[in-house]
Design a binder for this molecule. Structure first.
Ligand code: ADP
Ligand code: ASP
Ligand code: MG
Length: 595
């Protein structure tokens, strides 16, 4: 008998009528012959309300008590859903995370799932029940209640689908699928039939709130197809699966993280180990750092810029303050009024001038870009928060995301052309371990024969990045990584990019001419550059990847020239002479995580 996991988000159980509607859906699935496990979120805005209450009684609510409190939202809703099912004449049992054996680590409010004991759920299903499982919560080894982080019920649902070997995992929500961007922000956004795990993982981690990004890590790791659909209609939604909808369109979605903050640590001595000191201090607070850019300035001092979620600005600043003296940095600046707009697409890795097109769209919309980071499948630009909506609209329009790509395939077409369960063996072995959310790496590799170009003293104003990369594109040069960050010396920025070694000369010519036109400070080029890539799943949310990487390279005295991170890869640019050393020391350090 087939098993189906149906997750209902907060808006889908917001009032008694909606709870009864959700109950009817589950009963209908059961009547169609499925075993049904429901995963339910707290009703409506209940979690926000509980958070508000907590801050009303305490300035700094203890993390343990916060999780104790927040978990009650889901405890309420599962009980009500089970009552509704009973009232509608079917059998149901509600279970808290602890009751259905959801074991997590002990990091309150960001707990990671270790294992799920399916025996109780299975025996309840055997007895003909619909099992109504509380989303978002678990228990640690000492039986403390933990929560997985905001939006975490998606992760509960996909994790349950994985361990139960479910035939389907349906995410019932208030939109009828995944859109090219948040339809609430941009009404012209298009619903997609299919999106790949990699694209969804990246989009979710860059701000597409429709799915909790860690749920996509599970889905990818354990090959769980996810169906995102409306809880208010029977229309087919979006399938999140391995393949992408289109093989040719460079961008398949855009996302906005409105509440970002930029931090720059100034005058950091440019010796191996300093970035490591900064990022391990931040990682110790479990803050996920993004858009890391390091500029090598004058007199052997570097400026290290990065972004963090705005609500983590203060803890991050405190963490840096505590180590300022030890590392010998000269100051810290920050900007809390920034937003990050990103585009994501599997096909961009193979196409020229995708970044140039994004920068041009932003320039034409009058949006200044403060910082840039790219990886193989995404480009992010940090922009002033009051321009965030314009920025999103401009890139959405520029990549024609409102239109279905000509070669787009439906899920039925993709299924017809593929062999299912090709790699099930792999999935089964991974499921046997008792650290379900443990870091999984697939490869650590180096790419030699690269070159780097750096422009210093780049004015921080509209259109400059567009001009640089338009010109590079016109010269027919394929650009791999791009970073733009703050130049602590004079408030300007510094732009670096990598290219194939054979393109260094023409790229330097272009850069020199732009440097002259805009009276920039300097252009530097270097060949003999190697890109070191650590590939895996969920690399940004596993903050230890960055920490270990920096630690290892620092202790091997290998200088990191550029950094580019995504959920799929952490790339660092280093001197070719040290490529093999770097690869070998990381392979040893990550031996446990390499599959
Ligand atoms: P739930 O309570 O069901 O978990 P969420 O509010 O977490 O629902 O997620 C659904 C919301 O996600 C939608 O209402 C939509 O505004 C937002 N969203 C953000 N990005 C996207 C996207 N790319 N596609 C669809 N919805 C998106
Ligand atoms: N109730 C939790 C939240 O609001 C979890 C969830 O809805 O997924 O974040
Ligand atoms: Mg959600």
């Amino acid at each position: 008998m087939s098993l189906i996991v149906q997750k209902f988000g907060g808006t889908s159980v917001a009032d008694p009528e909606k709870i009864r509607a959700a109950a009817r859906r589950a009963i209908r699935a059961q009547n169609q012959g499925h075993r049904v496990v429901m995963v339910v979120s707290a009703m409506g805005k209940q979690t926000d309300e509980l958070l508000r209450l907590a801050t009303a009684v305490s300035e700094k609510p203890p993390a343990r008590e916060m999780d104790m409190l927040l978990s009650t939202g889901e405890q309420t809703s599962v009980a009500l859903v089970a009552m509704a099912i009973d009232d509608l004449g079917a059998k149901a049992v509600s279970l808290t995370g602890g009751q259905f054996g959801m074991k997590t680590d002990n990091s309150y409010s960001k707990a990671r799932i270790r294992s799920i004991d399916t025996s109780r759920i299975e025996s309840l299903l055997d007895e003909g029940n619909i099992v109504v499982a509380a989303g978002f919560q678990g228990i640690d080894d000492d039986l403390n209640i933990t929560t997985l982080g905001r939006g975490g019920s998606d992760t509960t649902a996909v994790a349950l689908a994985a361990v139960l070997g479910a035939d389907a995992c349906e995410i019932h929500t208030d939109v009828d699928g995944v859109y090219t961007t948040d339809p609430r922000l941009l009404p012209e956004a298009r619903r997609v039939d299919v999106i790949s795990y990699d694209e969804m993982l990246e989009l979710a981690s860059l701000g597409a709130g429709v799915m909790h990004s860690r749920s996509i890590e599970f889905a990818k790791k354990f090959r769980v197809p996810i169906h995102v659909r409306s809880s208010f209609s029977d229309r087919e939604g979006t399938m999140i699966v391995s393949p992408a909808e289109s093989e040719s369109s460079p961008v398949s979605g855009a996302a906005l993280t409105k509440d970002e903050a930029r931090i720059t640590v100034l005058g950091v001595p440019d010796v191996p180990g300093m970035s490591q000191a900064i990022f391990s201090a931040i990682a110790a607070q479990k803050v996920a750092v993004d858009m890391v850019v390091q500029n090598v300035g004058a007199q052997g001092k570097a400026d290290v810029s990065f972004t963090v979620p705005r609500q983590e600005l203060q803890v991050t600043l405190d963490a840096i303050e505590a180590i300022m003296e030890t590392i010998g940095a000269s100051g810290v600046t920050h900007d809390a009024e920034v937003a990050k707009v990103s585009v994501v697409g599997l096909a961009m890795a193979r196409q020229k001038s995708v970044a140039a097109r994004m920068f041009r769209a932003l320039a034409d919309a009058g949006v200044n870009i403060h910082m840039i980071t790219t990886s193989e499948i995404k480009i992010s630009a940090l922009v002033p928060r009051d321009h965030a909506a314009d920025a999103l609209r401009a890139v959405h329009e520029s990549f024609q995301l409102d239109q279905r790509p000509a070669d787009a395939k439906t899920w039925a077409e993709i299924q017809a052309g593929s062999s299912p369960h090709a790699d099930m063996d792999d999935v089964v072995t991974r499921l046997q371990n008792d650290a379900l959310e443990a870091l999984t790496l697939t490869d650590i590799a180096i790419l030699e024969g690269q070159a780097r170009v750096t422009l210093d003293g780049v004015p921080d104003r509209v259109g400059v990045a567009a001009e640089i990369f338009d010109e590079i594109g016109r010269a027919g040069i394929f650009v791999d990584l791009i970073v733009q960050g703050y130049d602590g010396q004079d408030g300007s920025t510094s732009v670096s990019f990598t290219i194939g070694q054979s393109d260094l000369e023409p790229a330097m010519k272009v850069a020199q001419s732009i440097c002259q036109t805009h009276a920039m400070r300097d252009v530097r080029g270097a060949d003999g550059i190697t890109k070191l890539s650590v590939s895996g799943i969920g690399l940004r949310s596993h903050t230890q990847v960055g920490t270990v990487l920096f630690e290892q390279l620092a202790s091997a005295k290998i200088n990191v020239e550029m950094i580019a991170t995504s959920e799929l890869q952490v790339n660092v640019v280093i001197d070719s002479a040290r490529g093999d050393d770097a690869k070998n020391c990381l392979r040893a350090a990550f031996a446990d995580a390499l599959s």
